[in-house]
Design a protein around this ligand. Structure first.
Ligand SMILES: [Zn+2]
Length: 470
């Protein structure tokens, strides 16, 4: 702890029966810690109460301890997820105000910002918007509202089997690290160009089982990769509603990119008829400019080796013919050298895309926050169901546009990410589909025919590479 920093306490309360109340204590704490970090505050202690029955006035031992610490001058600030976590009644609020005022203690909340209890107007606002108002309004039409809230409020875990990757500790979902490693591996493999099938084979070969103890199938792996829960997002009928109670395992960018790749039909058909030849469809005949197609034939009669060729679709003398291995090797080497060169010159970073992505990410967060806020306003009776619907529709339209732009950027460039340490290793591991995409994005390749008198050995001079300018 730095001596000058503000000493703050975090208070979390688990309560099940309120709007957003299913929010796990781990998530509450995480959000509170982020606020502390942004303000440069030191956390002295995290106080947690398990208070399922919010209305009963059940004692909260940790809350009492927090008040004692505040009275004793051990904390200068309190961070809570929402004011309604701190006080449940006007009486509790008055007590809290009294202690805060005497000790000059600041209160910060994740949802409602700073709670200004030092001025009369600030205290009046706290009293007016205090937690009890929520309870009263919710009590009135508890059953009907609860049903709609389940749809409108994001992030509630409504029961059913716990998804692969998490387990419930008490009422709180926490990450199972071993499972999370598999999820990250699968998502990253998809982004790197691996097929669903190769992930299925890898998981099953290592004896990794599904949540229900079964072997993996293409469908279960596809579903695993595409779950919004992976990025800590909750969804309803395929629509992203907001933050989930499940802590995220991969970033939202990673999840969107992997999902977009899995969803893309052209991509899926590429899995089914997997390309075997690195340069299939990419070589052109140096004589006529026509595409060269791949073919194979057994070498000799006794040998079982198969040789692969590229040859011009136009038959006859003067059109190109090329054995596959040497030209594939040459093009790979040229590509790796080119990428290394670009990287060393700092030309392979994507400052524009990165900045755009960051902007879109912020925008998406803001829009999700707005959805969350309007659901809360509805729960509080501040807006009507009709108004909620109008706001929700409008915000979701914007959110759709934003997320579409995010996925477009997410897999817009096939080039290696700027932080790759060793291009050569990356190239060797990245898979043929990504290699092909890179080659196709940077060069056109012409193969000149072999002269009648030329020796049978491979002559790199016959391969003419034309760079595609960006
Ligand atoms: Zn030709």
């Amino acid at each position: 702890m730095s001596p000058s920093a503000v000493t703050a306490a975090i208070y979390c309360r688990i309560s099940k029966d309120r709007a957003g109340g299913g929010l796990g204590v781990a998530r509450q704490e995480q959000d509170c810690r982020e606020i502390a970090a942004s303000l440069g505050w030191d956390i002295s202690r995290v106080y947690v109460d398990n208070d399922i029955s919010a209305y009963s006035g059940k004692p909260r031992p940790s809350y009492r301890e927090l008040l004692e610490a505040m009275r004793a001058g051990h904390v200068q600030a309190v961070i809570a997820w929402h004011t309604d976590r701190l006080h449940r009644s006007p009486l509790e609020l008055e007590e809290y105000i009294d202690i805060s005022e005497k000790g000059g203690i600041t209160t910060q909340t994740v949802k409602a910002g700073e709670l200004d209890l030092s001025t009369p107007s600030g205290r009046a606002v706290a009293r007016t918007l205090g937690a009890w108002a929520r309870y009263e309004s919710e009590h009135k039409s508890e059953r009907g509202k609860r049903k709609q809230l389940q749809l409108a409020t994001a992030g509630k875990f409504t029961g059913g089997p716990i998804p692969y990757g998490w387990e419930m500790v008490g009422k709180v979902p926490v990450i199972v690290e071993g499972d999370a490693v598999e999820i990250r591996k699968a998502v990253n493999s998809i982004i790197a160009g691996a097929s669903i099938g190769s992930i299925v084979r890898d998981l099953n070969a290592r004896g990794v089982l599904t949540r229900r103890g079964q072997v993996w199938t293409s469908t279960s792996v596809r579903n695993l990769v595409m779950r919004p829960t992976n990025a800590g997002l909750s969804s309803y009928h395929g629509e992203i509603l907001g933050a989930s109670v499940f802590p995220p395992i991969v970033s939202e960018d990673q999840w969107r990119t992997a999902s977009a790749i899995v969803k893309d039909p052209s991509r899926r058909s590429a899995f089914d008829s997997k390309v075997k030849h690195l340069l299939a469809g990419m070589l052109r005949c140096g004589t006529c400019g026509g595409a060269m197609k791949t073919s194979s034939r057994m070498q000799g009669t006794s040998s079982r080796t198969t040789s692969h060729y590229y040859k011009c679709i136009t038959r006859g003398d003067g059109h190109s013919f090329q054995t596959a291995a040497p030209v594939e090797d040459l093009v790979s080497k040229v590509t790796v050298a080119h990428l290394e060169n670009q990287q060393s010159q700092g030309k392979m970073s994507f400052p524009d895309d990165e900045a755009k992505l960051a902007k879109l990410r912020t925008e998406a967060l803001t829009l999700r926050g707005r959805l969350d806020e309007s659901a809360n306003s509805f729960a509080d009776g501040i807006i009507t169901a009709k108004q909620l619907e109008t706001i929700t529709t409008r915000v979701r339209e914007q959110l759709d546009k934003t997320t579409a732009s995010m996925s477009a950027l997410g897999h817009g460039s096939p080039l290696p990410p700027p932080n790759v340490a060793n291009i050569r290793d990356w190239w060797a591991a990245v898979g043929i589909e990504r290699q092909r995409a890179i080659i196709d994005s940077i060069m056109a390749i012409y193969v000149d025919p072999i002269r009648k008198s030329a020796p049978r050995t491979f002559d790199p001079e016959r391969i003419r590479i034309e760079w595609k300018t960006a």
